[in-house]
Write a protein that binds this ligand. Sequence first.
Ligand SMILES: O=c1[nH]c(NC[C@H](O)[C@H](O)[C@H](O)CO)c([N+](=O)[O-])c(=O)[nH]1
Length: 159
Amino acid sequence: ADASLKGAMPETHDGRSLRIGVVHARWNRAVIDKLVFGVRQALHDCNVPNDNIVVQTVPGSWELPGAAAELISGSDFDAIIAIGVLIKGETMHFEYIADAVSQGLMRVQVDKCIPVTFGVLTVLTEEQAMARAGMSAGGHNHGEDWGFAAVEMGLKRKL
Ligand SMILES: O=c1[nH]c(NC[C@H](O)[C@H](O)[C@H](O)CO)c([N+](=O)[O-])c(=O)[nH]1
């Protein structure tokens, strides 16, 4: 929906020199895999070499902040992309995880001074999740946006 006001127009940058870490949860795996595909497409469009993309999986979104911090302290990345799909159930579980994970990823980004792209879908229905992974008509794969954002922020760090 290009006509909509939302979304940052993605910019392709030359990501040849970048090392990108991707950490993704395994809950709601079919949507996760599509989002990861979208991330890879954008990184490819920015010429990030495949060997410079390290992908790690964790059980669920709750584990993303710790895994992102672990990735950063273990190796030098220019940016991290954290991917998860949180779908509201009938309890407050969703709210607690969504809040903790977003605060946690922001804290890692600021404390470690490494860009951590927020790739966690927090949706109310499976249909909303599928639309945001480009799995339904008129949908858009937000994974692409996250890939472009990570390259842009990774390059800014190298300035
Ligand atoms: O990534 C998700 N993890 C979820 N829970 C698991 C959580 O992230 C942890 O992996 C688990 O609590 C163990 O720490 C979800 N729900 O519970 O609904 C969900 O929708 N998505």
